[in-house]
Structures are given as structure tokens and as C-alpha cells.
Design a protein around this ligand. Structure first.
Ligand SMILES: [Fe+2]
Ligand SMILES: [Fe+2]
Length: 205
């Protein structure tokens, strides 16, 4: 009798342990954090806008320097990477059903004007523009990665890759004597403020 009682107790214990482990598994499943949809929308919208602006800045600079000049080729390398970035965000807009910013026509004109305007001031000024823009975009991408949860690992990886590219662009600017452009400090400050403003507007509108 005692033997049977012992077996029954052991079976009960086993069942309890099994139940607990199932509960634990469920908890682990539930605790996989998901990114807030409104945050995800803002991230994709603003990044798409930023990459679009970047392609237009480099278009403006290439329009002044020409594709075949030495500086034009360097800028073209960065423009090609921006093209990859915008294409990825074009796909993401569709995949994640995100509305693009309504201000694309403005960033179209403003980006080109900024690129062409700084190129007209000379190669160093064009590179100073790159330093300022890429600094802001790089920092922006760095912060964004903290906002993405486990369910957006792929996007996180994409943004980390793009952050690396933007840092490379920033360094290309510095290597091309950007800091010796006339009025470097004030010019980069103004461009940085402009980019940050464009970022806050493009998240919402
Ligand atoms: Fe980019
Ligand atoms: Fe860039």
C-alpha cells in the first residue's frame, strides 16, 4: 500500500514539474518584446525621408562637379550607397504599410539646393556639408537601434549597416579637408540644426 502511495505521489510531482515548465515556456514566449507600431512607423517614415534627402544632396553636388571629376567620383560612391539605402526603405514602406512623409517634394528641392549650394562654394564646403549631414544621420541611426525590440531584429541589422555607411561618408568628408572650408563651424552648425529639424518634422508629417 505504502509502495503504491509512493508511486502516486511521485507521478503527481512529475505532473506538477511538467506543468511548471510549460508555464515557464509560455512566459518566455510572451516576454519576447515587440516594437510599438507607432514608433516603427516613425522610424521607417523618417529614415525613408532622410535617405531621400541624402540622395538629393549628392545629386546636387554631382550636378555641379560632374560625375567624372575626381571629387565627383568620390561623391558618386556615397551617392550609390544612399541609393541602396533609399531602395531598402522604399521596400520597407510597402512591407510594413507605412505612409511616407508628405514633405518629400520639399526634401527633393531642399536637398538638391543644399548639395548644389555647398558645391558652388567649393569642394571643401561640399565635404563640410557631408560631415554635418552624416554626423546627424549617424547619431540618429545609433539612437534608433535602442527603440527596436526583438521582433525587429532584421531592421535593427539594416540600420546598423547603414549607420556604418554614414560614418564612412562622414570620414570621407573629413579626409577631404572639410574642416578647412571657409566658415566650417558656422556652416556645419546650421546644416546640423536643419537636419535635426527635418528629422523631427518627417517623423510626424
Ligand atoms: Fe544613407
Ligand atoms: Fe550617407
Amino acid at each position: 500500500m505504502q509502495y503504491i502511495f509512493g508511486i502516486t505521489m511521485a507521478q503527481k510531482k512529475k505532473k506538477i514539474i511538467k506543468k511548471k515548465s510549460v508555464k515557464k515556456k509560455k512566459l518566455v514566449k510572451r516576454s519576447k518584446a515587440s516594437t510599438d507600431k507607432s514608433i516603427l512607423d516613425e522610424i521607417i517614415r523618417v529614415d525613408h525621408a532622410g535617405e531621400y534627402g541624402a540622395t538629393r544632396i549628392y545629386d546636387g553636388q554631382i550636378a555641379i562637379f560632374g560625375k567624372n571629376s575626381k571629387i565627383g567620383k568620390t561623391i558618386q560612391h556615397m551617392a550609390d550607397q544612399e541609393q541602396e539605402h533609399i531602395e531598402k526603405f522604399n521596400e520597407l514602406l510597402i512591407e510594413k504599410r507605412v505612409r511616407p512623409t508628405a514633405l518629400l517634394p520639399l526634401w527633393n528641392v531642399a536637398g538638391f539646393a543644399l548639395g548644389a549650394g555647398t558645391a558652388l562654394m567649393g569642394e571643401k564646403a561640399a565635404m563640410a556639408c557631408t560631415v554635418a549631414v552624416e554626423k546627424v544621420i549617424g547619431e540618429h541611426y545609433s539612437k534608433q537601434q535602442d527603440l527596436l525590440e526583438d521582433d525587429e531584429k532584421e531592421l535593427k541589422k539594416t540600420i546598423a549597416k547603414f549607420e556604418k555607411d554614414e560614418l564612412e561618408h562622414h570620414n570621407i568628408g573629413l579626409e577631404h579637408d572639410a574642416e578647412n572650408a571657409p566658415g566650417y563651424k558656422i556652416m556645419t552648425k546650421i546644416i546640423e540644426i536643419g537636419c535635426k529639424t527635418a528629422i523631427s518634422i518627417s517623423k510626424k508629417i
